[in-house]
Design a protein around this ligand. Structure first.
Ligand code: BES
Ligand code: MN
Ligand code: MN
Length: 462
């Protein structure tokens, strides 16, 4: 049998080609016409896992199917649950892509495609590592369960109830997730905190059709004006969110953690320069890393009203709408914030406007304890593959179900992202560095060995 490194070296190109197969499936969960693509992507992942001698089930849900799989049982060894998602974000604006989003293309050491880093490429590192392990050792040293979903990018609606009803089946010692980033190129990280999120669509309706802004202007309430005023009321110039009670439950950062974050080798100038930003605003009194990872925010993610074509058109639009999100930190409650927001918007909505506020998704923020032998094992595996130990970071993004893993399954969660800040997740020209892809596979293979040596605590069964 080849050694692990020989096997990985010999199969680099095939791993990349297999990833490209999955990347060609346009599994955009937000858009109903992609329903069939969601099923195809789920099927692709299930087939891959079946080839590894896993017991695989495609679980239908009210939304997109889940893949639940389990490796052959190794008595006495720890059990890790690998979580990831096969759904991706919408690709618009299409004209800004250098190569089409679902035609994966290699350029300067990167693979470009929607889903390359978020999360198909990262997810598959944990699939190819198992293959490599089986082909070089003949067996896995740990028990692995896989739980792969197709609705992460729209809030994981179907996964929550499944998790609650199948806690026994999903029982594990730790959860392994690669769906985030390293701290910087060549500087891997273990992430111990994610922000939560609560999202809405706000729609305002005024006159029953677009009307001439000269004939009607001044006499009827303009929904676009009203929307601007209402949205502007939600946050002040110092970055404070104005929804009543918004900060009531926020757990403040400790002095110790602020010092730890400040000690990270953060290249702030480069961070802003890579996205072409000159001058910034943000919540007063906090550093950039604190603002990104550990403070709650309000953002408009989409804004629509009136004439969008070329040239001028003088109308009062009939409707105006916005997609908005609040990023949350422990211990803010998405439900309470939604209720307070609704009351506030109703109170400031001007006469002549009908308001609808539609819930999109909500999940709380999470901070995970690093005092775990599984975290130590993950750090060793990362150091082995990346040539240096990880730094410990939080992230500003959200993975809705992480809190469920910790609280419903009582498992230690390992967030070990292989991506980079400049991977263009959710943006045009999403990419994944091929070097990071292969390092990720190697780290994952090492992780199975490291986890197998962890002495299990009494609480877990199996
Ligand atoms: N992989 C991201 C979450 C993430 C982003 C983790 C950056 C670490 C760093 C995930 O796919 C994601 O984008 N989640 C959504 C969730 C939402 C739609 C409910 C997010 O954060 O916007
Ligand atoms: Mn993701
Ligand atoms: Mn995402």
């Amino acid at each position: 049998m080849p050694t692990l490194d020989e096997y990985l070296a010999a199969n680099r190109e095939r791993f990349e080609n297999n990833l490209c197969e999955l990347l060609r499936i346009p599994s955009v969960s937000a858009e109903p016409p992609h329903r069939g693509d969601m099923a195809n992507a789920a099927q692709w992942v299930a087939d891959r896992l079946r080839r590894l001698q896993f017991d695989v089930e495609l679980v239908p849900t009210a939304g997109n199917p889940l893949i639940v799989a389990q490796s052959p049982h190794v008595p006495g060894a720890p059990t890790a649950l690998v979580y990831g998602h096969y759904d991706v974000q919408p690709v618009e604006p299409l004209d800004l892509w250098t190569s089409p989003p679902f035609e994966p293309t290699r350029r300067d050491g990167n693979l470009y495609a929607r889903g390359a880093t978020d999360d198909k490429g990262q997810l598959l590192t944990h699939v190819f590592s198992v293959e490599a392990c089986l082909e070089t050792e003949g067996r896995l040293p740990v028990n692995l369960k896989y739980l792969i979903e197709g609705e992460e990018e729209v809030g994981s609606g179907a996964l929550w109830p499944y998790l609650k009803e199948n806690a026994e089946r999903l029982a594990c010692d730790c959860v392994v997730i690669s769906d985030g980033g390293q701290f910087a190129p060549g500087l891997p990280a273990i992430t111990y905190g994610l922000r939560g999120i609560v999202g809405f669509e706000l729609k305002l309706t005024g006159p029953n059709r677009d009307v001439h802004s000269g004939s009607f202007g001044g006499s009827v309430t303009n929904p676009a004006n009203a929307l601007s005023q209402m949205l502007a009321a939600l946050v002040d110039r110092r970055g404070k969110v104005r929804v009543p009670g918004f900060y009531r439950d926020v757990k403040p950062l400790s002095k110790k953690e602020r010092a730890q974050l400040a000690a990270l080798p953060f290249d702030e100038a480069h961070y802003f320069q890579q996205i072409g930003v000159v001058g910034t605003t943000g919540e007063a009194g906090y550093t950039t890393l604190e603002r990104r990872w550990a403070r709650p925010t309000f953002d408009i993610c989409g804004l629509t009203s009136g004439y969008q074509g070329v040239g001028a058109k003088t109308i009062i639009p009939s409707t105006a709408s916005a997609k908005i999100t609040f990023r949350l930190v422990p211990n803010q409650d998405p439900k309470k914030i939604g209720e307070s927001l609704r009351a506030m918007l109703e109170s400031i909505c001007p006469p002549g406007i009908r308001m609808e506020l539609m819930d999109q998704h909500g999940s709380p923020g999470v901070v995970i304890s690093l005092k775990s032998p599984y975290v130590a094992a993950a750090a060793r595996a990362i150091e082995h593959a990346f040539g240096r130990p990880p730094v410990y970071t939080r992230e500003g993004g959200s993975i809705p179900v992480v809190l469920g893993f910790r609280d419903s399954l009582g498992a230690d969660v390992l967030l070990m992202g292989w991506g980079q800040d400049d991977d263009n997740a959710h943006s045009p020209n999403e990419k994944f560095s091929l070097a990071d892809f292969h390092r990720g596979i190697r780290a994952s293979a090492r992780l199975w060995q490291e986890l197998s040596r962890v002495k299990r605590r009494a609480k877990a069964k199996g």
